[in-house]
Write a protein that binds this ligand. Structure first.
Ligand code: CP3
Length: 357
């Protein structure tokens, strides 16, 4: 059953396969460096991690994009890497280079040493952020909670940061698969328990970011990423049997595996910009979230963006028997720091205008 708040939300209506007034839109990384007010608050916090761990400042930056733009959903401000940190790894963010772990996993002993997390305790600052946001968000703006997928978190935990060729984790894939399965089992439990805690604290949807699933071959994707996405979703359902909180799975580069992703017990699949959305529509029964190339917001102009929005909406409509139900508009990946504010406004206005029912 949808609650009173939910009735007014186009985003939750679409996630539940119901008709809406227009196609809802939100943007991955909608709170971020392209916003001057974000840069200011981040400076005030001293560092990105301090910002994540300060519930009042994290509340503020979550709300910032909603004050500027007519977004249809909010996403709690945090990062996927707070989970490995809570499991005992040492995380820092270096300017220009992104996230780093000082002690990347190297052996099965390192896997054994990882802590089993208690999210309400180890990630209490995230739960406080969710409770704050439930108070502060407008009634018809749903809140998205999230986690990294087990595979994507394992990539960072083993590589120690962003990676070009994934040689370290692929050594585990090809030479120590059992060790990797043990790690993924452990991370899946942490991810599921973290999402259960988020649901209990009040998020309206949960999203799994499988940002690096696309670096695997199909067989290895099924074995090392898909299987653990399924495990996480199953553990959430076992922990909360009456749970109706919808879930979204986003595998970057996963457009080639929509048939397999369709088997997951989730409500929606995120797609990046490489697949035609009409083609995606014909390959899955789930709600589809996507799929504008995020770079457009940095390099194009409002009129080019409107033309591209029109093309995406038209392609979806044609593949869906003239109906726009089942589509949540988003970027195919996170918005870049170089995105232009007037392009973002133009995008959101175009989606609302061109999808009016
Ligand atoms: O979407 C939102 O507005 C919520 C916030 C959010 C952030 N990270 C904030 C952030 C979310 C959902 C994430 C998820 C995340 N973090 C992912 C999955 C999504 C994806 O992009 O594929 C990944 C892989 C990470 C890991 C991570 N965190 C990286 C690689 C980086 C560096 C990126 C860069 O461009 O420097 C981060 C840092 C980060 N996370 C920033 C923000 C706003 C920028 C940090 C800063 O302010 O300096």
């Amino acid at each position: 059953m949808l609650g009173i708040k939910d009735m007014n939300s186009n985003f939750l209506k679409v996630l539940n396969q119901q008709s809406a007034e227009h196609t809802p839109i939100w943007l991955m990384r909608q709170a971020g460096r392209y916003l001057p007010e974000y840069r200011k608050t981040r400076e005030q916090a001293g560092s990105f991690l301090n910002l994540c761990k300060n519930p009042d400042l994290a509340t503020e930056v979550t709300l910032q994009p909603l004050r500027r733009f007519a977004l249809d959903a909010s996403i709690m401000f945090s990062d996927i890497l707070v989970v490995p940190e809570a499991m005992g790894m040492h995380l820092y963010f270096s300017d220009g280079e992104g996230p780093k772990f000082t002690n990347p996993l190297q052996s099965s002993l390192d896997v054994d040493a990882l802590k089993v997390i208690e999210p309400d305790f180890d990630l209490a600052y995230v739960m406080q952020l969710i409770r704050n946001l439930k108070q502060e968000l407008p009634r018809n703006t749903p809140l998205i909670g999230f986690s990294g997928s087990p595979w994507t978190l394992a990539c960072y935990m083993i590589e120690g940061g962003s990676s070009k060729n994934y040689e370290k984790i692929k050594t585990w894939v090809y030479s120590h698969p059992q060790q990797l399965h043990n790690l993924l089992d452990k991370v899946s439990i942490a991810v599921a328990d973290y999402l259960v805690a988020q649901i209990k604290a009040g998020v309206d949807t949960v999203m799994l970011f499988d940002s690096w699933g696309g670096v695997l071959s199909e067989a290895k994707f099924i074995e090392f990423s898909h299987a653990y996405l399924a495990k996480v979703l199953q553990r959430i359902q076992l922990s909360l049997p009456a749970n109706k909180t919808p879930s979204i799975v986003f595998t970057k580069g996963g457009g080639v595996w929509l048939e397999q992703l369709d088997q997951l017990k989730c409500n929606a699949l995120g797609v990046d910009w490489t697949i035609d959305i009409g083609k995606a529509r014909s390959q899955t029964t789930k709600v589809i979230q996507g799929n504008l190339d995020p770079v457009m917001l940095s390099v194009a102009n409002p009129s080019i963006i409107k033309t591209e929005v029109s093309r995406i909406i038209q392609a979806y409509r044609e593949a869906n028997a003239g109906d726009l139900t089942g589509h949540i508009f988003n970027l195919g990946h996170g918005i870049l720091p170089s995105a232009k504010l007037d392009n973002v406004s133009a995008l959101i206005d175009a989606v609302h205008e061109l999808s009016q029912r």
